[in-house]
Ligand binder design. Structure first.
Ligand SMILES: C[S@@+](CC[C@H](N)C(=O)[O-])C[C@H]1O[C@@H](n2cnc3c(N)ncnc32)[C@H](O)[C@@H]1O
Length: 244
């Protein structure tokens, strides 16, 4: 998997993506996350990459030409799927992360200031992705969120597939709660079943917690959930009871 991130602040990306699990995956050659400075493609000696908006108003807009030249250099004559991180984009989710994983290579473009010249978007961008209904100062944090979500699904990055298929959002549910030592922490005990060693009961309790949490905290997801099997249907019946 190779992800190129076009940015005015490559150090931000490098500092984060060289750490922890994704950093180790890069060292092993499983993924490659490269930050390229758009300013390196500026045309003047001041390396200008933004200008005042036509029509007036506040802020600066990133220039189309340095973006275009940077994009051309990264593509090297090939068509590479290109995503602009934008507060106006489609909401990012696990399914979108899976779609990007299937591409094997893609480019993420980070805006800054007021955003980027629309003509670059029209010319080079395949899709716009938002990480939520709020506005950040730049696309760097969203780009890293997208890169991280995709890279952790690359085979070998996590110890096994279960590490991400058993987690929140994979099957439309939130994950069950987790506990570790000690058994009693400040008067709060670990649920008995987790100490029982009875794997089937533990699995069933976790699934039930997962369903309950999703119902309570994300009714939107719960409404779309289809039971995977008989066991799910039984658990759903249980939690739908008035005293359930
Ligand atoms: C200050 S924002 C520009 C906001 C833009 N003027 C608007 O009203 O939609 C600067 C850059 O941050 C990035 N950005 C901000 N919020 C984002 C979000 N929720 N998701 C993805 N990218 C975001 C985009 O790349 C954007 O071009």
């Amino acid at each position: 998997m190779r992800i190129d991130i076009m940015t005015l602040f490559p150090e931000m990306i490098e500092a984060v993506m060289r750490e922890s699990i994704i950093g180790r995956a890069q060292d092993k050659g499983l993924v490659e996350v490269r930050a390229t400075n758009i300013r390196d493609y500026a045309l003047d000696k001041h390396r200008k990459a933004d200008d005042a908006p036509y029509g007036g108003g506040r802020g600066q807009v990133m220039l189309a030409e340095p973006l275009y030249l940077c994009h051309q250099a990264l593509c090297g004559g090939e068509k590479v799927h290109t995503v602009f991180l934008s507060a106006q984009g489609k909401p990012f989710d696990q399914q979108k992360a899976r779609d990007l994983l299937a591409k094997e290579r893609f480019i993420l473009v980070c805006g800054h200031y007021e955003g980027i010249d629309q003509r670059f978007i029209d010319e080079c961008v395949d899709e716009e992705i938002s990480i939520g209904d709020f506005v950040l100062t730049g696309g760097e944090i969203p780009a890293m969120a997208v890169a991280d979500a995709v890279c952790r699904m690359v085979p070998g990055v996590l110890p096994d597939e279960d590490a991400f298929t058993a987690e929140s959002h994979w099957d439309g549910l939130l994950e069950h709660p987790h506990y570790t030592r000690p058994e009693n922490w400040r008067g709060r005990a670990v649920p008995e079943v987790l100490l029982s060693g009875h794997h089937l009961n533990i699995e069933s309790w976790r699934r039930e917690m997962s369903l309950r949490r999703t119902k309570a905290d994300r009714p939107d997801l719960f409404a779309q959930f289809t039971p995977a099997d008989k066991r799910d249907r039984k658990l759903l019946d249980k939690i739908e009871q008035p005293d359930g």
